[in-house]
Design a protein around this ligand. Structure first.
Ligand code: FYN
Ligand code: ADP
Length: 589
């Protein structure tokens, strides 16, 4: 077993300068191998990270011991990959970084994972405690644990090799149980070279039993929810990304179809049922939000994305008397923005399953006047959309380019769509239908830019399916260097950059002359050349036909591809569909 160091084979890694590595080796195991064995024992098979002091040798040893190590060019993208892997697999995604600056680079992803309820663990090497705590100026000195704490769900530091097993177990359980989130695990450099008795070391490892236990809702809470639902005249179900994460696909479908209640998917819940499902009200969102009298929230929070459950979006004054049922694993989510008439606390599978059972034979489907009114509006909007998509302007606009992607996703429903940008995000969300659960990854709760390539790498690595990353040109810039990572690992990722020469659009002008406007990029840039630089396929698409050919070939071949989709630089609005959140733009209106 390679975990047992042979005399004279101790690594030459920088961490071992401390001289704590075993010399009398047959019966000892070091911190490096305890970490690796603890992760493997818990079914972790992939690490996203970036090597450097003090974790370089850990990445090598991980690879040597059969873990897949995906090395990035910047820690933020490794962290985003870990977060997406957590969402896609239900196991915590692991990101491994160096100390201070590398740790800080990973922290944005850790905080974003926590905000989005994605399970991930950021493991960072750190400098020596004795020096850090006395602020004596160590290499990359920083009290990382203290900094991470307020930005994640839990944070732990392990000082002794015999605690590695418990430390990793606590991190795993913290990441996936209850409301999932990001966990920070601090490993000071010295830990890796500590050697302990091999048998005792292995006994200290913990295989976490039932890391995300089911949480069964109380029967009276289920009855209360059913009572509220039975009184509804215009009920609506909203599915959030928690519903997608919960992997309760069959229960959710049964609830929707058995109840006959129309539903609205939040962006990452698209595909939980096919977007073409007859009960989807996505194409008449404003109408159903304003009119519904009972709303069942399943794994969706009443945050800004749902206008906090009140105001104009929800019918303004007409909203008086609307009741919410909220299914969530977090007991403190209810009443966060508006009163919740029937909170149902538990895991979504158990809660929705209980509701399905409770509907019973006597359940009356919603009144036809509600469902017919939705169908009428929906059909009108779908027809309007079809008309827009049939147009073929030159240069391409967002809609004509997305129409191509819509067709390709329809033909390849197993493909995973990654989507970021402003207009590119907003148009894609409504134009590109999804057909299967957990196939859409996007900017999530924060509307964060920069998740693109990290999410795309994770999607390809964890699923092996084709990945289509639909990227605004500004959004792509945050993680663009990771196209090298995509090429290095030969991943089946096709990146489509919607190139309209700038943030939102490319037509802003500096009124004083001189520098270009802050929102404008190099005009006519050829992002496709970036992919070619690393041996991937580059395509410059100026028409829908060129885009269709490039994307179809990319999906069929699985070759790393970047399509520079040339979009009319006058297309796009400031901040896309959330212009109202932008004070300047709102004033201009
Ligand atoms: C939706 N719609 C459709 C369809 N799907 N019409 C026809 N066909 C189809 N298939 C309609 C829908 O009814 C809405 O019209 C409109 O299209 C938009 O729907 P969408 O996208 O569901 O919802 P909306 O109003 O844009 O906003 C909801 C949101 C969402 C806030 C949850 O926008 C969102 O997730 N935004 C994230 C934005 C973000 O993070 N940006 C990054 C920062 S950008 P109406 O019913 O007429 O309203 C920095 O600048
Ligand atoms: P969206 O942005 O799609 O509306 P949110 O991220 O706001 O979704 O909400 C997701 C919600 O789902 C969170 O409140 C979280 O606590 C909840 N959640 C996550 N996993 C589960 C689960 N397995 N069971 C119940 N609720 C869950």
């Amino acid at each position: 077993m390679s975990a047992v160091l042979k005399p004279g084979t101790a690594s030459t890694n920088e961490n071992q300068a401390g001289g704590e590595a075993s010399v009398n080796a047959e019966e000892t195991i070091d911190g490096f191998h305890l970490v690796i064995e603890a992760l493997k024992l818990n079914g972790i098979d992939t690490i996203f990270g970036l090597p450097g002091i003090p974790i370089t040798d850990l990445t090598r040893k991980m690879q040597a011991e059969g873990l897949r190590v995906i090395s990035f060019r910047h820690e933020q993208h490794a962290g985003n990959a870990a977060a997406a892997a957590g969402f896609l697999t239900g196991k915590p995604g692991i990101c491994l970084t160096v100390s201070a600056p590398g740790f800080l680079n990973g922290l944005t992803a850790l905080a974003n994972a926590t905000t989005n309820c994605f399970p991930m663990i950021l493991i960072s090497g750190s400098s020596e405690r004795e020096i850090v705590d006395l602020q004596q100026g160590d290499y990359e000195e920083m009290d990382q644990l203290a900094i991470a704490k307020p930005l994640c769900k839990a944070a732990y530091r392990v000082l002794h090799a015999e605690d590695i097993g418990i430390g990793i177990a606590r991190a795993i359980r913290s990441a996936v149980s209850g409301r999932p989130g990001g966990v920070y695990l601090d490993f000071p450099a010295k830990l890796f070279s500590q050697a302990v008795d091999a048998a005792a070391g292995r006994r200290s490892l913990v295989e976490v039993v039932d890391p995300a236990p089911r949480q069964i809702p109380a029967p009276d809470a289920v009855q209360r929810a059913l009572d509220v639902l039975k009184g509804a005249r215009r009920p609506l179900i909203i599915l959030g990304k928690g519903a997608a994460y919960a992997r309760a696909d069959a229960e959710i479908r049964a609830f929707i179809e058995k109840s006959g209640i129309p539903y609205l998917p939040m962006s990452m819940a698209k595909g939980l049922l096919p977007d073409t499902h007859e009960q989807s009200a996505a194409a008449t969102r404003s109408y159903v939000l304003a009119e519904a009298d009972v709303v069942v929230l399943i794994g969706a929070r009443l945050n800004w994305l749902l206008s906090h459950g009140k105001g104009k979006t929800w019918g303004g004054a007409n909203a008086f008397g609307r009741k919410f049922v909220q299914i969530d694993i977090s007991p403190i989510e209810a009443d966060s923005n508006v009163p919740i008439a029937a909170p149902l606390v538990g895991d979504i599978g158990s809660c929705v399953g209980a509701l399905v059972n409770g509907l019973g034979a006597g359940w009356a489907r919603p009144p036809a006047e509600w469902t017919a009114a939705i169908v009428e509006r929906k059909d009108k909007n779908l027809a309007k959309m079809a008309e827009t998509l049939a147009k073929n302007p030159s240069p391409m606009n967002f809609q004509s380019a997305l129409n191509v992607i819509r067709d390709v996703v329809k033909a390849n429903p197993e493909a995973i769509v990654v989507n970021e940008g402003a207009n590119t995000l907003d148009f894609a969300r409504s134009i590109v239908d999804m057909y299967e659960p957990r196939k859409r990854l996007d900017v999530g709760t924060w509307g964060i830019m920069g998740i693109g390539m990290g999410f795309a790498v994770a999607a390809a690595v964890t699923t092996g399916k084709p990945v289509i990353a639909i990227e605004g040109d500004s959004a792509f810039g945050f993680s663009g260097m990771e196209v090298e990572t995509i090429c290095r690992y030969g991943l089946p990722v096709c990146v489509i950059v919607f190139n309209n020469n700038g943030v939102y659009k490319g037509t802003d002008v500096n009124p004083r002359g001189g520098d270009v406007a802050p929102t404008v990029f190099v005009k006519g840039a050829r992002y496709d050349k970036m992919m070619e630089a690393f041996g991937g396929v580059g395509v410059n698409a100026t028409t829908p036909d060129e885009l269709r050919k490039g994307l179809t070939e990319a999906v069929a071949s699985g070759k790393p591809t970047l399509i520079n989709a040339v979009i009319d630089e006058t297309a796009g609005t400031e901040s896309g569909r959330i212009t109202s959140l932008n004070p300047t733009a709102a004033k201009k209106k």
